[in-house]
Design a protein around this ligand. Structure first.
Ligand SMILES: NC(=O)c1ccc[n+]([C@@H]2O[C@H](COP(=O)([O-])OP(=O)(O)OC[C@H]3O[C@@H](n4cnc5c(N)ncnc54)[C@H](O)[C@@H]3O)[C@@H](O)[C@H]2O)c1
Length: 359
């Protein structure tokens, strides 16, 4: 049974809203973890959850994750997320998305939505017909479009910071980087790595994704699967497919000195980070280095400017270095250091709102 009011103070969510519209079949849950830094921003996941409690558990967890990600990305935004229960291929309709948009609007801007698994910029255009509090729309509608552009750029910045920490230089020239998953983010990361002079080796379960990279870069090596990739002779491993790439078993085979990639929830459980540290492998926390996408869509809120968003995403380099420094000073793994830094910002900057403005 999911604990809505939270097992510890860090898990307390400010607001959880259940939304239903019988005619369109909408069943959605919007969770706002906290608004200490501003309105809660996070995407809408459209997914066929097997139960309401599974959907609730997911949205609570994702909303909390967004609060931490947005805080470390330096955004004036809190953390929230929404889930729509259903099969997007079967259940998505204009009426359902617009009904959902009306619930988003009803929150008066406390929650701003965007794309996630199962929703696309085109869907956000539809939601935006009912709500002002939508981002990640299509470029044709003044939106930021495909967020994988700055996600890949941000991961690359995090990787440069990791290289600086391990090798004393941010350049990836001559380093061998393994990219697991060359989808929207992964293939863009390969571009950036090749421009910097890295040797790249990839794997993907989709032969078309592999082919797209090989057409542009015939020099890129391909291996059969993620296990083979992790066990090969790498300097950096970049998980850019699904979560959980690093578990008790795979971590023992990993030969890279750095793990830095786009995938969310790369560690199968928190204990894996300790095993990485024991093996002398530097882990760049996933939610820190993959925040370029949210930086891109957040920029749309005030009128999108790609160059401004890119320069903000470039700061992922400094943030990652700062986290490594805190981790070393405080004797904790980087993921713990990242959480502490995010909590510090939420608390210190959130607190100043207590200053009475006098109007
Ligand atoms: N797109 C973004 O802006 C963004 C932002 C933050 C985080 N992320 C995360 O980054 C990851 C990649 O996102 P994306 O948008 O590129 O998704 P995507 O679906 O476009 O790409 C994922 C790729 O991984 C491949 N893949 C799946 N299982 C695999 C496996 N077992 N081994 C090897 N390859 C496998 C898929 O075939 C696909 O090509 C996801 O975990 C996503 O949650 C994405």
């Amino acid at each position: 049974m999911t604990d809505v009011f939270g097992a510890s103070h860090k898990d307390v969510h400010e607001q959880v809203v259940f939304c239903a519209d019988e005619q369109s079949g909408l069943r959605a849950i919007i969770a706002i973890h906290n608004t200490a830094l501003g309105p809660a921003l996070g995407g809408t996941r459209f997914y066929p959850y097997e139960s309401e409690s599974a959907a609730l558990a997911d949205v609570l967890n994702l909303a909390k994750g967004m609060a931490y990600k947005n805080a470390l990305a330096g955004l004036d935004l809190g953390g929230g997320k929404a889930v729509i229960i259903g099969d997007p291929a079967r259940d998505k309709s204009e009426a359902l998305l617009r009904a959902y948009g009306r619930f988003v609007e009803s929150l008066g801007g406390r929650y701003i939505t965007a794309c996630d698994v199962g929703t696309y910029s085109e869907d956000m255009d539809v939601v935006a017909r009912e709500s002002r509090f939508v981002t990640g729309r299509t470029t044709a509608n003044g939106g930021a479009g495909d967020s994988s552009i700055l996600t890949a750029f941000g991961v690359f910045q995090g990787m440069r910071a990791s290289a600086e920490r391990v090798y004393g230089t941010p350049s990836l020239h001559g380093r061998r980087v393994g990219v697991e998953g060359v989808g929207k983010v992964g293939h863009r990361l390969v571009e950036l790595l090749r421009e910097d002079g890295a040797e790249v080796v990839i794997c993907d379960v989709d032969p078309k994704a592999v082919e797209r990279v090989r057409l542009r870069h015939p020099e890129v090596d391909v291996v059969a699967d993620a296990r083979t990739l992790m066990a090969s002779d790498l300097d950096v491993f970049a998980p850019c497919a699904l979560g959980g790439a690093l578990d008790d078993e795979t971590v023992t085979t990993l030969r890279a000195k750095i793990v830095c990639g786009a995938a969310n929830n790369q560690l199968a459980h928190p204990g894996v980070e300790k095993q990485l540290a024991e093996r002398g492998i530097l882990y760049a926390p996933d939610y820190v280095v993959n925040s370029g996408g949210v930086i891109q869509v957040a920029d749309e809120i005030g009128g999108f400017d790609m160059e401004r968003a890119r320069s903000k995403a470039a700061q992922i380099y400094d943030t990652t270095l700062k986290i490594f420094a805190i981790a070393a000073d405080e004797g904790v793994p980087p993921a713990v250091a990242a959480d502490r830094l995010a909590e510090r910002r939420m608390s210190e900057v959130g607190r100043i709102r207590a200053i009475w403005l006098g109007h």
